[in-house]
Design a protein around this ligand. Structure first.
Ligand code: ADP
Ligand code: ZN
Ligand code: ZN
Length: 666
């Protein structure tokens, strides 16, 4: 009897054997239903073999084949194998990333006809002619004859990178191939859809992201698999879309951390995209105004084609001027310094828009008793509760804990509690008081929770019904508002204190992106950054929009410390209800790791266990062990062995995971 070796979505790092009942049409890549414990799960057949190491009475049959799905092609299976091996993730869970949503039982949506949306040309938008730099970038990014090549398109905000991705997509689509366009979570806006429609009239486009309903997502997935969809636009999960005629992958804002999946299977979709492009021998185009230092270094070494767009694309559009203004200004009202207030007033008089960026939602990030020093803390996390004034609540942004704002201090009874610091709600209120009559709109996760809310706000902003925007990073990226000429940045200094070595790289990228919202049309833009550290090299580079200078400085520092991209990191993260359990597991893990590293020539260094930056979350005590290696291969070999040990060491009470190339270590 034939045995199917199946990747089953469980945490164990192995495949499972099932026997194949006669008459079932199964091959490598077939998606099947099998019993696992008391559950029924979807698995992917990785190979068919003649015999199993298990005794026949312990093997269960494959129950059925999922008819609605095609056999998964070889490149996707290779992708799952790559993610499992490179990121040290359980093989079955990696294969599960390949599947569209399917009901646990026979899903109602299964087998529904593909939901392919032909995008019509939108009237009133001109289809844009590329400038010389864009054309040069386009030609360089698409080698003739088509083959694998990685290009880094480093272009300032508004330089027309999106037009280059779309023109590249248009080219491969004309050759009857499919294009995959990966964007950060918040980029899937109506504006992008319009631009796609304008640049690629009549092209069949589908989206793939987690906010799509299960039926739609399955339909779009099938449209991609059948080759009907010519362009797939999606978030990180779309990197696993089946694309029989793949001709190009473009990754917008390649540095963005939303390409990194942070729970479940940990992978970076940008890096998976590069691997996939190599497998399929097609070009991949990475774009950013502030490339990740990993990509930047590859371009410097000549491994990536380095394409530059140094000017804004629109006629008369220039990069905004950036000024640093003091945070501690005696004339400050509700956190808004006198320069920023004057700049807003000017915009109001000229009927232009202002954007105030503060990357904290809520009213104030903490509640304090001035009499005794009590602070409102989350009972389940090592974190302060955030004041949400509209809801009269204190909320934890880590675990969702919610409680009423107390009438007085629970420790000393003092009734005068002080909300410390600024969030978007507080700024919104302050602006309403300082500029009566101005139309203020707040855009953050709270104000856009309702379905369709973001789209409605978007329309209001573009049609000029808003004077001042207050928002978090939801507003930082991708948007193009023609009358927005002022960006004010508040409360960004915190990141300069962070223990995470990537914090300044991320802060620069974020600030450059927010700054990039100003002056995108014909009107010149101005950016005011309120800071206590105007001398910091980060701000000096921001003022000059000189990412290269900043990147070079960071790279020199990283090189001397053996940090990425010169060294390689992995993190063992563990959590348990008791601190003692976490510590004892991590100590044994580190000891074992040290022994392994010593035995293998010390290419890897295992650091002592430390508490995580957020030491407790949702009642779980958290800790970590960092591993630093001088060579990628040494790290991979080390991790493969170490993981086997960890699987033996790990008590049931401790949840642990390995993170290769962790996005943050502080
Ligand atoms: P980026 O993706 O680099 O931020 P975009 O592609 O969004 O830049 O382009 C910024 C603005 O410039 C958009 O409004 C776009 O329509 C316009 N644009 C892009 N390329 C050109 C061009 N060649 N000529 C005129 N306008 C352009
Ligand atoms: Zn008190
Ligand atoms: Zn909490």
């Amino acid at each position: 009897v034939a045995i199917a070796r199946i990747a089953v979505p469980v945490a164990a790092n192995r495949l499972f054997d099932y026997w194949l009942p006669a008459g079932l049409q199964v091959e490598s890549g077939s998606v099947v239903r099998v019993a696992f414990g008391r559950r029924r799960v979807h698995g992917v057949v990785t190979e068919i073999v003649r015999s199993s190491e298990l005794s026949p009475d312990r093997i269960l049959p494959v129950q059925e084949v999922v008819e609605a799905l095609p056999v998964l092609p070889g490149d996707l299976r290779a992708l799952a194998q790559f993610v499992a091996a490179y990121y040290q993730q359980p093989i079955g869970q990696c294969f599960a990333q390949l599947l569209p949503p399917l009901g646990a039982k026979r899903g109602r949506s299964e087998g529904r006809r593909a939901d392919v949306v032909a995008v019509e040309a939108v009237k009133g938008l001109e289809v844009i002619e590329l400038n010389t730099d864009q054309r040069r970038a386009l030609d360089a990014a698409l080698p003739r004859p088509p083959s694998f090549a990685v290009s880094l398109l480093q272009g300032v905000t508004g330089s027309g990178k999106t037009e280059v991705y779309l023109a590249a997509a248009a080219r491969v689509i004309r050759e009857d191939r499919q294009a995959l366009f990966l964007v950060p979570e918040i980029h899937l806006t109506p504006q992008l859809e319009q631009r796609i429609a304008a640049a690629l009239p009549g092209v069949r486009v589908v989206t793939l992201h987690s906010a799509l309903g299960a039926g739609k997502r399955l339909g779009h997935w099938l449209a991609a698999a059948r080759g009907e969809a010519q362009l797939v636009v999606g978030t990180r999960l779309a990197v696993f879309a089946p694309l029989p005629r793949l001709g190009l992958i473009a990754v917008d804002e390649e540095h963005d951390t939303s390409f990194r999946q942070q729970d479940g299977v940990r992978y970076n979709a940008r890096d998976v995209a590069i691997y996939r492009a190599r497998l399929r021998d097609v070009p991949v185009l990475l774009g950013s105004a502030t490339p990740s230092l990993e990509s930047y270094a590859q371009a410097q070494r000549g491994r990536y084609r380095w394409l530059r767009l140094s000017q804004r694309a629109k006629a008369r559009a220039a990069l905004p001027s950036v000024q640093l203004v003091p945070n501690r200004d005696p004339g400050s009202l509700e956190g808004l310094g006198s320069s920023l207030r004057a700049a807003i007033a000017e915009r109001l008089a000229r009927r232009e828009q202002s954007l105030l960026f503060v990357n904290r939602r809520g009213f104030a990030p903490s509640l304090l008793c001035v009499a005794c020093g009590w602070k409102a803390m989350c009972p389940r996390c090592a974190a302060r509760l955030v004041v949400h004034r509209e809801a009269a609540a204190l909320r934890c942004h880590h675990c969702g804990h919610n409680e009423r704002i107390p009438a007085g201090c629970p420790d000393c009874g003092n009734r005068d509690l002080f909300p410390l610091g600024f969030g978007t709600q507080r700024l919104e209120r302050a602006l309403g008081q300082l500029f009566p009559g101005a139309r203020v709109m707040r855009v953050d996760r709270d104000s856009t929770r309702r379905r369709g809310a973001f789209a409605a706000m978007f329309r209001a902003i573009t049609s000029g019904d808003v004077d001042i925007l207050v928002g978090t990073q939801m507003l930082a990226k991708g948007h193009d508002f023609a009358r927005l000429t002022l960006v004010g940045i508040l409360g960004c200094d915190n990141a300069l204190y962070s223990a995470d070595f990537r914090a300044t790289e991320r802060l620069f990228a974020l600030l450059e992106q927010v700054a990039g919202r100003a002056g995108r049309g014909a009107l010149p833009g101005e950016v005011l950054v309120q800071t206590d550290f105007p001398e910091h090299p980060l701000f000096a580079a921001l003022v000059d929009h000189d990412y290269d200078r900043f990147a070079e400085a960071l790279l020199a520092e990283r090189r001397s410390l053996g940090l990425p991209p010169f060294g390689h990191l992995a993190l063992l993260a563990a959590e348990a209800t008791s601190r003692a359990a976490v510590n004892s597991f991590l100590e044994r893990a580190a000891a074992r790791g040290n022994a392994l590293a010593t035995a293998h020539g010390k290419h890897c260094e295992v650091f002592p266990p430390v508490a995580a930056a957020l030491a407790r979350r949702a009642g779980m005590e958290r800790g970590q062990v960092l591993v630093q290696a001088s060579e990628r291969r040494a790290l991979q070999n080390f991790l493969a062995r170490w993981r086997e040990d960890l699987e033996r060491l790990g008590p049931r009470t401790v949840r642990w995971s390995l993170e290769v190339d962790p996005p943050a270590v502080g």
